[in-house]
Ligand binder design. Structure first.
Ligand code: BES
Ligand code: ZN
Length: 595
């Protein structure tokens, strides 16, 4: 037995299945997916086959001819779940597993109608990255393995199902008042890119290869916000080569979605907090789209190489932004990322092994190790390499890299070998091993300048000495400029300062969540009561972990805000996604009890 992924039971001595067929009914009453997963075995498969499962109840396993397949479901292990070992008889071509998911499956969130924009129908969505696909279906749940898939998803008649796949029609369901949606995913994907959502959904075309899905209540806003998507695809193709997934569709989820975006192929999932009305948050779409090359085509082999997905994608995102809006806009995005990088370094400590790019997460839950390090340290390494060899050569390297590794999964070391082959000496010139294998940020990190950046940070850092922006000037700041300014203000301010900021910059009323949350982090940390109502509203309504973390952390600073934090948490926790709940609970637990 040889396990090549610390977070999977996949055994490298076995030939993994290459195709998956799902036939599932979505039952909102019991909060279960029930049905069948068919694993099409590799040509000439022999011997045992180990799969990952978590929380699944297995009822039956048979071959395509109906012959029983003996199986063992091993005892539960922390993080991993249960190994399912199938002993298919020689010559079997398929194993058909009848099973159901658990109502607590971490990969699924079941929403009541009250948690949706429409308030009439329930909603279901999945989030499989990093290792939750095994809570939806028995699969080889390692990014080293790729599968094509087909699915038949039966839902209540009023609802629509979407997946990370091409639509293949719909038909009346097997029971009254149900409908079955069919899907086919012809491009092989790692299991973490399996995705399903079910709800009352509408759609608008954005271009011939892109459309957005959302609840009817938000569809117009979504179509407006993401109207520029085709331009983004065009820019990205110019940089990285052809878009290989035929369609680029998006789904706007209810506000409990725990991330900003998830790059599910052919169906990016997005938080509704992006709907600012002014297209100021489309950088998240740019990011998820960029994963169509870095991540979905060239995939990290395991979560220890996660920086290959996110570092390259953040770098790509900022190159696309630069191509669209120029260098100054890109530099602001690098500056905004730097603030996130600093707070992750603070959270772990600069000597923590979790600040390495190549990690060793064996025995750890990858959700607990999640941070801005792979994103911001990773993207800085890519930018450094780009500067070292020059943009022209680097862009050529990137296209070669994508072409060479498309539809495969690679390790940090495979990337390094390819770098050495194509750009000999470049790695050594930037001390690439220090970047990859040592904690903290090396001192040759690239810096990014723009016309406004220096003056914005100086202005903010001069706050304690009485420096204030002129209200007329501040009114002309772009959302990114305002965000950079807020990020550089002291984290705790006297009440008069908060009032001045709130009134001059109208912060409590902001609809851009990046700005709003940055402000509320300061206001909460400053015990500024006029912001409490808005804090309550955001914490109770939005499940995006990127926002919950700084807000609950800031509320820990004062007795009164701790009480607020605890109270909102108690009320909101049942509506949070299990991941968001874990993050919020761990922060609340750390509150000092003297209140
Ligand atoms: N793939 C990630 C989200 C993710 C990572 C989910 C790890 C589960 C485990 C996605 O592409 C992402 O990075 N989203 C960011 C967007 C941002 C960097 C623009 C987010 O959600 O904030
Ligand atoms: Zn990403």
């Amino acid at each position: 037995m040889a396990r090549l992924d610390p977070h999977s039971y996949v055994d490298s001595d076995q030939r993994p299945p290459r195709h998956l067929r799902l036939d599932l009914a979505v039952d909102f009453d019991t909060r279960r997916l029930t049905g069948e997963a068919v694993l099409v075995l590799a040509e000439g498969h022999r011997g045992p086959l180990d799969l990952d499962t978590k929380g699944l109840s297995l009822h039956d396993a048979r071959t395509e001819t109906g012959a029983p397949v003996p199986f063992v479901l091993e005892p539960e292990e922390a993080v991993l779940g249960r190994r399912l070992r199938l002993m298919a008889p020689a010559g079997a071509r398929e194993v058909r597993l009848r099973y159901e998911t658990s109502p607590q499956a971490p990969g699924l969130q079941w929403l009541t109608p009250a948690q949706t924009a429409g308030g009439q129908e329930p909603f279901l969505f999945s989030q499989c990255q990093p290792i939750h696909a095994r809570t939806l279906a028995p699969v080889p749940d390692s990014a080293r393995v790729r599968l094509t898939y087909e699915a038949a998803i039966t839902v209540p008649e009023a609802l629509t199902a979407v997946m990370s796949a091409g639509p293949a029609g719909a038909r009346p369901g097997p029971r009254p008042y149900t409908r079955t949606f069919l899907f086919a995913m012809p491009q092989p994907i790692p299991s973490y890119l399996l995705a399903l959502a079910v709800g009352r959904l509408e759609t608008r075309d954005l271009s011939s290869r892109s459309r957005v899905w959302a609840e009817p209540e938000t569809i117009e806003a979504a179509a407006h916000e993401f109207a520029g998507t085709e331009d983004l695809i065009g820019k990205a193709e110019g940089l990285f080569g052809p878009y290989e997934w035929e369609r680029y569709d998006m789904l706007v989820l209810p506000p409990s979605f725990p991330y900003g975006g998830m790059e599910n192929p052919r169906m990016t999932f997005l938080t509704p907090t992006l709907l600012a009305g002014d297209r100021s948050l489309v950088d998240v779409v740019v990011h998820e789209l960029a994963h169509s090359w870095t991540g979905n085509l060239v995939t990290n082999a395991t979560m220890d190489h996660f920086w290959l997905n996110e570092g390259f994608t953040v770098w790509a995102e900022r190159r696309i932004l630069e191509a669209l809006h120029g260098e100054d806009v890109a530099a602001l995005s690098w500056a905004i990322g730097e603030a996130a990088l600093r707070s992750s370094l603070e959270r772990f400590g600069v000597d923590s092994p979790l600040t390495r790019l190549r990690t060793d997460l064996a025995g750890l839950d990858p959700d607990d190790a999640f941070s801005s390090i792979p994103y911001e340290k990773g993207s800085r390494l890519v930018a450094l390499l780009e500067r070292a060899v020059g943009r022209l050569r680097w862009d050529g390297f990137m296209r070669d890299y994508v072409r060479r590794f498309r539809f495969t999964s690679i390790t940090t070391e495979e990337f390094l070998a390819f770098l050495d082959e194509k750009l000999p000496g470049a790695g050594a010139a930037v001390s690439v091993s220090r970047w990859l294998y040592e904690p903290g940020i090396p001192d040759n990190a690239p810096t990014f300048r723009s016309t406004s950046l220096g003056s914005l940070t100086a202005l903010a850092e001069g706050w304690p000495q009485g420096r204030r922006p002129s209200p007329a000037v501040a009114a002309r700041w772009t959302p990114s400029e305002l965000l950079v300014y807020l990020q550089h203000l002291p984290r705790q301010l006297p009440s008069e300062s908060c009032r001045w900021l709130d009134e001059t910059l109208r912060l409590n009323r902001r609809g851009n969540y990046e700005i709003l949350v940055e402000w509320l982090t300061i206001a909460g940390g400053s015990d500024y009561e006029p912001a409490f109502a808005r804090l309550r509203e955001v914490l109770a309504g939005v499940g995006r972990m990127k926002y919950l973390r700084p807000l609950y952390l800031a509320l820990g600073r004062h007795p009164r805000t701790r009480a607020l934090g605890r109270e909102v948490y108690r009320e909101a926790a049942p509506r949070y996604h299990s991941l968001s709940r874990r993050v919020a609970a761990s922060l609340i637990e750390k509150y000092e009890d003297a209140s």
